[in-house]
Design a protein around this ligand. Structure first.
Ligand code: NAD
Length: 507
């Protein structure tokens, strides 16, 4: 077993620099743990549901004030937040590495994504536009306007522990909403650090930023439920497993709250006969093994055409053992740890089920790094001749199931034949195949790519997926509309009162 340097002092020093007081980090019931070493970094006090409800009431008060601040001025707060994130990028990224186990470049990438969405939202703050629509009545004008919505609840998962908050919060703030965030109980420290950075930005912005505009709720499922159940939260944006969405979605529906659900994926790629195999190898390797298979967009199923199967899969099998697994703080390491023992056990039982279903497994063993409470694995590749039940389930670990196909239509049908609908790719140089894949007869996912893997996305596009992935869309395009309410306004500037559809009602 290779031991690693302790993560505790480093995490504490970063938190101190980012403005999280040491006095808030101990004596509580929530253990903040590092998957890098398995050490406990802090023991945080948790919110009770009652305290959470009080915080949400305060956030509602903040919204009532914030909605009156002009949107471009609201954008200025988000610009300042982006500046704070730029200044703190290295520290916050290092904390993401310590608490979520991401390798250095992915930790930095996560914070860069926060900066990018802030920039995007600043521009958006001057573009929250509606339409003018032709009225059927004379001397009438009809238009739609977008108004702030209220308190936006954000529930986030461990694997994008801060970026997901920023996708929601940057947009919500410019839209005139306040935000209450319940981060993953597995990554509370990066959330505390992010909140501290927000507070720095708000202090620079001045008194127009009401207290309670951004609130953090520390705790697990019970605190999340308090957010979901609170009547003053008109929108809950919840990112996590499909199991979580299955509970949260109906609860919101029962009180007519809006749900923006970003749930599990089971993403696939097709390698067609004309694929550029060098490029495909890199695309597949990153998408399947990057982030130790712990992205919602991780490549989990690969359909390879018969004519290139042996060549390509042999190369892939040689690439797998060459990928460096280990301390994510170390330069050159590409695959860090799994988040915890439960993730390791789930991976091992999925591999056992694959073997039982006829799968031939390469990799998947534990890599002895970091001590008994850290869980590193060699990414696994499983050749299997059909989509067994285990292939159709999302196992949140680096397992790639590889299957053979002969007809593209069959590969597309197999790709779509799972409950999830997040991300998908085709590797081909054939225009007809690429266009078919993107067409109505093609991928049924929210994200469909050509000649890049399914994993990762830019903030300019709308991000999210169909079916059991939940249907929500976040980040770019017109995703901002989810954070506002639309009002249709009709103005009569004439002297008569014509009714629509020619109805008469003379009194
Ligand atoms: P998880 O479902 O265990 O937890 C996610 C969050 O939901 C946590 O904050 C948790 O406390 C909270 N939660 C759980 N049950 C709840 C309930 N009943 N009410 C309110 N809150 C509740 O997920 P995880 O293990 O942290 O993350 C991994 C999962 O997230 C994977 O399935 C992955 O695909 C998915 N994910 C999806 C996206 C996406 O954009 N589609 C992005 C990241 C992660």
């Amino acid at each position: 077993m290779t031991t690693l340097p302790s993560a505790v002092a480093e995490a504490r020093a970063i938190l101190d620099r980012l403005g999280v007081p040491a006095s808030t980090l101990d004596g509580g019931t929530l253990a903040a743990r590092s998957p890098v070493t398995g050490e406990i970094l802090a023991s945080l006090p948790e919110h009770t549901p009652a305290r959470a409800a009080a915080a949400i009431d305060a956030a509602h008060g903040a919204y009532l004030a914030w909605r009156q601040v002009p949107a471009p001025r609201r954008g200025e707060l988000v610009r300042l937040l982006g500046e704070e994130l730029r200044a703190a990028k290295d520290d916050l990224a290092a904390l993401v590495t310590l608490e979520a186990g991401k390798v250095i470049s992915e930790g930095l990438g996560e914070v860069q994504e926060m900066i990018d969405i802030c920039d995007y939202a600043v521009g958006l703050s001057r573009q929250l536009f509606g339409l003018t629509i032709a009225s059927e009545r004379p001397d009438h004008r009809m238009m739609e306007t977008w108004r702030p919505l209220g308190v936006v609840g954000v529930i986030s998962a461990f694997n994008f522990p801060v970026a997901v908050w920023s996708w929601n919060a940057a947009l919500a703030f410019v839209c005139g909403d306040s935000v209450v965030w319940k981060p993953s109980e597995k990554t509370p420290l990066v959330a505390l650090a992010t909140q501290a950075l927000f507070e720095r930005a708000a202090a620079r912005f001045g008194p127009d930023a009401p207290s309670g505009l951004s609130t953090l709720l520390i705790g697990g499922r019970a605190v999340g439920e308090a957010l979901v159940d609170h009547p003053k939260v008109p929108l809950v944006s919840a990112t996590g497993s499909t199991a979580m969405g299955r509970t949260v979605g109906p609860k919101l529906a029962a009180r007519f709250g809006r749900a923006l659900l970003e749930l599990g994926g089971n993403n696939a790629a097709i390698v067609a006969p004309s694929a550029d195999l060098d490029l495909t190898l890199r695309g597949v390797a990153f998408a399947a093994m990057g982030t130790a298979g712990q992205r919602c967009t991780t490549l989990r199923r690969l359909f390879v055409h018969d004519s290139v199967y042996d060549t390509f899969v042999d190369r892939l099998k040689s690439a797998y053992p060459s990928v460096p697994v280990g301390d994510p703080r170390a330069a050159g390491v590409l695959v860090g740890p799994l988040i915890d023992k439960a993730a390791f056990d789930a991976m091992q039982s999925a591999l056992d089920a694959s073997r039982a279903g006829g799968g031939r497994v390469v990799g998947g063993d534990r890599v002895e790094v970091g001590g008994p409470n850290a869980f590193y694995v060699a990414p696994a590749l499983v050749e299997i001749d059909h989509q067994a039940e285990i292939v159709k389930a999302e196992t949140f670990a680096p397992i790639l199931y590889v299957m053979r196909y002969t007809e593209l239509a069959d590969a597309i049908a197999a790709q779509n034949d799972v409950a999830q609908g997040l991300s998908s790719s085709i590797f081909t140089l054939n225009l007809r195949e690429a266009e078919l894949f993107l067409s109505a007869q093609g991928s049924d996912c929210g994200i469909a790519n050509v000649n890049i893997g399914p994993s990762g996305a830019e903030i300019g596009g709308a991000f999210g997926g169909e079916k059991e992935t939940g249907g929500g869309r976040e980040a770019g395009s017109d995703s901002w509309k989810a954070y506002m309410r639309r009002a249709t306004n009709t103005v009569n500037y004439g002297t008569t009162l014509p009714l629509a559809q020619g109805v008469t009602f003379d009194v």
